[in-house]
Design a protein around this ligand. Structure first.
Ligand code: NDP
Length: 467
């Protein structure tokens, strides 16, 4: 066994369901899935550990989290290996090593973000201040696209604020979820971070457990709505990071060569399986062909293949279900007469869930590939003539996670950016997140913020001390 395989071996169970490498179909490990009945025991553990964890000083909790970041760094290659084998992403580029490194960065930043007591009034006759208390137990439910870093985002803020956490990874990337918890637990006191495995019914049981005061949910809009319903009986606090269908609007003054690489990676990072990827590209008449050609030129040079093969920059889709979604949307676009600039011709018989890098131009804005979240490496490109039209189309979906505007003139881009109904609008890039900058969605992309001081407040109960 290679040294970097040790963690995969540790989190894999001796029996249970075989976990397949999405690139090859090879069985890489086993998971013994839990059931809704296992949730209560995990929450028992979290409830028992919470008072002791909350009783530590903020400095002590942050020090423990910094040690968890050290552990992540010490095991970074092993974590990346689990991710690449189970999620499919490449070791290189914006892939598995990038995600593992990001976990440590997020943990360190959340553990060093100041959250002082806020003095609201300080007058001779009146004093009021705002403090943030722990909620208690936080349930963290995560998807399969960035299974370690999304878990870290939520776990670390919750722990920092004195909560304990029960995490439910997606059944598609259970080993990745278990691996990050296992490594962080090398540094954390027993019981403060627990994982429960299983499918949606396990997530549902976690949401319904009356002792879970806050649920951090990242996933699809459809499941997010179920989480809202299931939480109603507990009045649990919720942060919902749901899907996206981010528009990118290129202004006529943009330099096609200068923006092509940013546009490409904004759309194709993690083979498009990214909530805040650029999923619809709006191009003006004036530079339409030039941008299409420039993006296609970049795409042609990016190698897609097995994640473990160093040098590949894009991997397969994680599962057949998502492959079917992408294939359906692209086939529909072709049937409507849209132009395939590249890709769109998957080899359904080949091993793994590979879908080729696909650019679909001359597509009508009403096509499902534009209106639905494709969550894969297939980018629709829509021509616009007037900017008003582009803004209306960009805002014309229920999603509102991110958007981008591309221009040589920042002021011109800004004037459009503020009109877009999205939680984040990037100018001349798309999709970058930063642990110091709040991130969250508008409309059906969810509510609540993560990261920065707002992310810490989101896993707390505000308390006013007056007098
Ligand atoms: P799902 O909504 O299918 O699943 C998300 C998580 O919820 C999984 O752990 C899933 O378990 C669990 N789950 C399923 N049913 C229930 C239920 N009834 N109650 C509680 N939990 C449940 O999303 P995907 O995993 O398919 O992820 C892809 C989606 O996530 C995309 O729409 C993407 O845009 C979005 N996303 C949003 C992000 C953001 O920050 N806004 C970031 C990343 C992804 P299981 O998988 O085992 O069924």
């Amino acid at each position: 066994m290679e040294e970097r395989e040790a963690l995969l071996d540790r989190v894999s169970s001796s029996d249970g369901t075989g976990v397949k490498d999405p690139a090859t179909g090879a069985v890489i490990g086993r998971v013994s899935f839990g059931t809704p009945g296992d949730v209560a025991a995990a929450v028992d553990t979290a409830v028992a550990a919470q008072p002791g964890w909350a009783a530590l000083s903020d400095e002590e909790r942050c020090a423990a989290l910094m040690r968890a970041a050290d552990a992540i760094e010490a095991h970074a290659e092993e974590l990346a290996y689990v991710l690449s084998r189970e999620q499919g992403k490449t070791m290189d580029g914006l892939g598995a090593r990038f995600e593992a490194a990001g976990c440590a960065i997020w943990v360190r930043t959340a553990a060093s973000t100041p959250l002082p007591v806020e003095v609201l009034i300080d007058e001779p006759a009146s004093h009021a201040e705002l403090r943030y208390r722990p909620v208690g137990v936080v349930g963290v439910i995560t998807p399969w696209n960035w299974p370690m870093i999304i878990a870290c985002w939520q776990i670390v803020s919750a722990l920092r604020m004195g909560n304990t956490v029960v995490q439910k990874p997606s059944e598609h990337t259970t080993l990745s979820g278990l691996a990050i918890v296992e490594v962080m637990n090398e540094a954390l006191p027993p019981g403060v971070l627990t994982a429960v495995t299983g499918a949606g019914d396990v997530g549902d049981a976690l949401v319904r457990d009356r002792r879970v005061g806050k649920v951090m949910f990242t996933g699809s809009v459809k499941t997010g709505m179920k989480v809202v319903e299931a939480s109603a009986g507990n009045l649990s606090r919720l942060t919902l990071e749901l899907g996206g269908n981010d528009a990118g609007i290129v202004l006529p003054d943009a330099d096609p060569q200068a923006i092509a690489e940013g546009v490409f990676w904004g759309a194709f990072i993690n083979s498009g399986q990214t909530c805040n990827a650029l999923k619809r590209l709006y191009l003006p008449d004036a530079i339409y062909d030039e941008v299409v050609d420039a993006v296609a030129g970049i795409a042609a040079k990016v190698p897609m293949g097995i994640g473990l093969d160093e040098g590949n920059a894009l991997g397969p889709l994680q599962n057949q279900m998502q492959w079917n979604v992408v294939n359906r949307l692209v086939e529909d676009a072709k049937a409507r007469g849209a132009r395939v600039v590249m890709g769109g011709d998957p080899d359904a018989g080949a091993p793994g869930h590979f879908y080729p890098k696909t650019l679909i131009a001359d597509i009508d804005n009403s096509a499902p590939l534009v209106q639905e979240e494709q969550f894969g490496p297939a980018l629709p490109i829509i021509r616009y003539t007037g900017l008003e039209q582009a803004v209306e189309w960009a805002n014309g979906v229920d999603f509102g996670l991110g958007a981008s505007v591309w221009s040589a003139d920042r002021e011109a881009a800004l004037a459009i950016a503020v009109r877009l109904q999205a939680g984040t609008v990037w100018i001349n890039s798309h999709g970058g997140v930063d642990p110091r900058i709040p991130f969250g969605g508008a409309k059906h992309s969810g509510y609540g913020l993560e990261f920065g001081v707002e992310g810490l407040k989101a896993v707390s109960v505000p308390q006013v001390i007056s007098g």
